[in-house]
Design a binder for this molecule. Sequence first.
Ligand SMILES: NC(=O)c1ccc[n+]([C@@H]2O[C@H](COP(=O)([O-])OP(=O)(O)OC[C@H]3O[C@@H](n4cnc5c(N)ncnc54)[C@H](O)[C@@H]3O)[C@@H](O)[C@H]2O)c1
Ligand SMILES: [Zn+2]
Length: 350
Amino acid sequence: MNIISLSDYSIYIDDSFSALQKFLAEKKYSDVVVIVDENTKENCLPLVQKIITTQNIIETKSGEENKNLSTCEQIWQQMLTFNVDRKALCINLGGGVIGDMGGFAASCYKRGIDFINIPTTLLSQVDSSIGGKLGIDFKYGKNLIGLFKNPKAVFIAAPFFKTLPQRQFINGWAEIFKHALIRDKQQWEKIASIDIFSVDMNDIVFHSLQIKKAVVEADPFENGLRKILNFGHTIGHAIEAYSLENEKDSLLHGEAIAIGMICEAFLSEKKCGLSESALNEITTVLLKHFPKHDISNFKHEALLATMRIDKKNEGTTIMASLLSSIGHCEYDIPINQQEIIESIAYYNAL
Ligand SMILES: NC(=O)c1ccc[n+]([C@@H]2O[C@H](COP(=O)([O-])OP(=O)(O)OC[C@H]3O[C@@H](n4cnc5c(N)ncnc54)[C@H](O)[C@@H]3O)[C@@H](O)[C@H]2O)c1
Ligand SMILES: [Zn+2]
């Protein structure tokens, strides 16, 4: 079993769920409630049902469009129907949607009950398990309502990937590539050439989380270093938002971030000292896993408008985190409109 110890909780990476069993036995919660969606109810709950024996299952509807207050109301209603008290435990069994929303709902219910996360997508295992960000979407945008609060524990296991759609699996790899690019050249070299479908995922997730842990612990409130986690996200987020609004089969987060990383690697070469050979290598590896998506008709003005309201900016200047080399990332680098458009042109010409 691999364990990541953080300041107030631990992440257990273990296919046998023995740590989960021990946790539940030791804590003696008055009651346990599990939040799932229809997919994790069918595919993931059976994997833990020997250990989590409660009948209190709250089923929500999957999808980002349901990560909202109205689903939280249904969760709270169900918790009241089950008579869940303040000494109970909430288990979030699902991807990032269940993790963010279940943690938020648990933190508000009767002024807050304990919760643990069992992330079942690759993205939620490598990204949302650390950082304590909880929340829901609200009328005007994603994750607008929420708070920082850590779970009591996180339990990670690879067998969940057996049923995870392949597109969702590859989606999670974007953040794994990002972690290696910003902090760990050796890991990048390893994962750049492996077959992502036949590698020991617990080992990969463990390594990736260690990188995120080091960064988050060095800067818990995102005053400086933590901004390097945003590599690929300045342009990637804008592409994700545009795609969500305008494309029928819209890009997943990781898919948009992969495009963002290619564009920002281009900017890294222009502005931050990244070598041309490193740019070519990053582009080739990312394109192999995230085949070219046609963004040539994405309106520059709309993309720039999204980038201008990015939280990381200072005033109206768009700030990015760029690579000085593979494994090293710098932050608070101003990028201008012309440079951004050139970087998108670089992607379009691939
Ligand atoms: N808190 C954070 O730090 C953080 C970080 C990154 C992303 N997020 C949030 O995470 C969300 C995206 O999470 P996601 O990518 O995990 O997507 P998701 O939670 O929407 O899950 C993707 C799909 O996979 C299904 N699914 C999940 N596990 C499965 C399994 N093992 N087998 C079969 N189907 C399965 C789900 O039902 C869903 O349909 C976004 O809302 C984003 O804002 C939060
Ligand atoms: Zn991301």
